[in-house]
Design a protein around this ligand. Structure first.
Ligand SMILES: Cc1cc2nc3c(=O)[nH]c(=O)nc-3n(C[C@H](O)[C@H](O)[C@H](O)COP(=O)(O)OP(=O)(O)OC[C@H]3O[C@@H](n4cnc5c(N)ncnc54)[C@H](O)[C@@H]3O)c2cc1C
Length: 300
């Protein structure tokens, strides 16, 4: 299929991109990696009058540690996240998740900002933004603003972005020491969009009780979800198999999947519970190992 006709402009700055979006109110689309936009054009699901190419905006890509957080620019490619030493050191859960995004050729082009703005309910990076309490940096005609990831995703392919706004980056607050993590995904074939996935972090306090648990789910709801009931169930508890299993059940109860060509709603609910339990178990195991390193080999 071929795309409908459109005009093309290359923006050299965020201000220029935003002013082109504002000028064409709703009729212009940003072009980043093109890995979701171009297929949508080819399927004639979108008919923008203008594509605003942001690929040459300097300073929009990059990964930098500052003020207790990792900042990742919107134009950073999935592959750059995958191979980044800072990401591997601070957020191994993110490095693992990004390896599940499509295939290498797509990861070489696709960008963090494009993935967040596209907001596919089965995409890994929106779920990771939620899990890691990302602050999403946005620029628009009224200047910059920041949104918590949990305020950003509204429904399938819909975010809190206004037509004339763009994502410029995200800030991920560093996790406390002794935080374990887990990531689990099921897809029909390697590189396919997930049927469902779960990601967790678990921080242990002295004494081995859970100081903080986070659990995020995607693929089984119209947008990625943090499972507050599961997190509350684990806080202050020893991460034993009963507590982890109860938290995973809470995840199953929180999602509202639909039947579709790829899987029934029942299958997705089942996957959510199984994947959530496995992700939490991995997170608990890693948290115990990290805590034991701090206490000189004794389990906390
Ligand atoms: C075969 C195939 C398999 C895939 N599998 C997966 C998968 O398993 N998991 C997964 O997560 N993704 C998958 N993807 C999608 C891929 O990750 C995309 O790269 C990503 O979703 C969009 O990033 P992009 O930079 O290509 O955005 P684009 O395609 O350029 O843009 C996507 C949308 O975001 C908007 N946009 C882009 N940048 C910004 C910005 N900075 N601010 C605001 N709006 C912006 C565009 O206007 C457009 O509406 C797959 C894609 C393909 C083609």
């Amino acid at each position: 299929m071929k795309p409908p006709p459109f005009d093309y402009a290359r923006a050299d700055s965020v201000d220029e991109a935003v002013s082109l979006l504002a000028h064409h109110r709703g009729g212009a689309k940003l072009l980043a990696g093109g890995q979701s936009l171009v297929p949508m054009l080819n399927f004639r699901l979108l008919h923008p009058a203008l594509l605003v190419d942001v690929n040459r905006i300097s300073g929009l890509a990059g990964i930098e540690e500052r003020n207790g957080a990792l900042r990742i620019g919107a134009l950073t490619r999935h592959r750059q996240i995958e191979v980044s030493r800072a990401v591997g050191d601070h957020f191994p859960v993110l490095r693992t998740a990004v390896r599940h995004v499509a295939h290498l050729a797509i990861r070489n082009r696709g960008t963090l900002g494009g993935s967040l703005a596209h907001a596919d309910p089965a995409a890994e990076l929106p779920m990771m933004a939620l899990l890691l309490d990302a602050k999403i940096e946005i620029s628009g005609p009224n200047g910059p603003r920041r949104l918590e990831a949990r305020e950003f995703f509204r429904s399938a392919l819909t975010t809190a972005l206004d037509d004339a706004e763009m994502v410029t980056g995200v800030e991920l607050p560093l996790l406390p020491p002794a935080t374990g993590w887990g990531f689990e995904e099921v897809a029909r074939r390697a590189g396919d969009f997930a049927l469902a996935a779960a990601a967790a972090t678990l921080t242990l306090a002295a004494g081995g009780k859970v100081a903080e648990a986070r659990l995020a789910i995607m693929g089984a709801h119209e947008f990625p979800l943090r499972i507050a009931a599961a997190e509350a169930r684990l806080a202050g508890e020893a991460p034993c198999s009963g507590a982890l299993g109860a938290a995973a059940k809470a995840a199953r109860e929180a999602v509202e999947p639909d039947d579709d060509l790829h899987a029934s709603a029942d299958l997705r609910r089942h996957l959510v519970e199984v994947l959530a339990r496995r992700a939490l178990e991995s997170a608990a195991r890693r948290a115990r190992e990290l805590a034991a390193q701090v206490t000189g080999g004794r389990a906390p």
